[in-house]
Design a binder for this molecule. Sequence first.
Ligand code: HEM
Length: 278
Amino acid sequence: MERKMGPAADPMHVDRKMLYTSLEERIKYLHHFLDFNSADIEALLTGNKYIKQLIPAVVNLVYKKLLQYDITSRAFHTRTTADEKEPEEEYLHEETPKIQRRKMFLRWYLTRLCQDPTTMDFWRYLNKVGGQARMSPLNIEYIHLGACLGYIQDIWIEAMLSHPHLSLRRKIALVRAVNKILWIQNDLFARYHSSDGDEFADEMSEFNYTEDQEGYLGDKRILGSSSGSSTEDDRSSISSGVAPSIDSAAPSTKSKVSACPFADMGKNSSTETKIWAN
Ligand code: HEM
């Protein structure tokens, strides 16, 4: 039987050049495409306690992994994965002070991911991290960055799905929300390792960040801040129904936050894939 189709709606216009010259437009498009919506924000704000609990384990596993291969381990001597010369000193191991320090930076990064995604500063920070990996004198090739994000995602999915007390509904919401953020981070890594859009290179002012913007290297304020109310797990609170207001969940950096095109995001309607519904 032939399927009846309604009249085709006009496709939404996406300005290609803006994707390369405006970080805001790029993020807006990714949000729309990935359907990053109010349900994701609610899941992140109410569930960030679970994300934070996992940070120390994720950091240890990631560094174990990065030190497991000479090509990635060497980068902590040479700051590049493109040079295959053996380092003059011995390979680093997890307990060396240098690696302990690096672990701290990764902890800051992951803590930062638990903050309010409705501020533009949140996405600017992800963009800075993305650009940093290729900026001299740090040259981490994309294959390792993508693999590393995939590894973090795998740890995350396994940990969330096996949580002993969270309801399946909340597990799904949290896995989906973090997944979308990791994929946007992935784009913001890939973006700096691809020649796509190179014809707009001269106009990429939005993507070029200056030193005086908010600290990239783990702004210490994030360590003390807690973003929003973290609800109890599902033994004591099944109802995560109401997201904290954006204001109450805002990080302490709020006064520096510029007008954010995503501030209304919490009001967007959410969708479920309902992929198993039929
Ligand atoms: C999920 C992927 C990754 C994230 C989110 C990430 C995050 C970061 C951040 C936030 C910094 C800045 C820390 C700072 O210097 O203040 C950093 C630096 C660095 N990252 Fe990564 N990184 C990732 C993957 C990798 C991989 C795969 C390698 C190695 C192959 C690597 C090697 C380095 C090195 C060598 C530095 C500079 C270290 C130094 O200054 O001594 N990173 N990374």
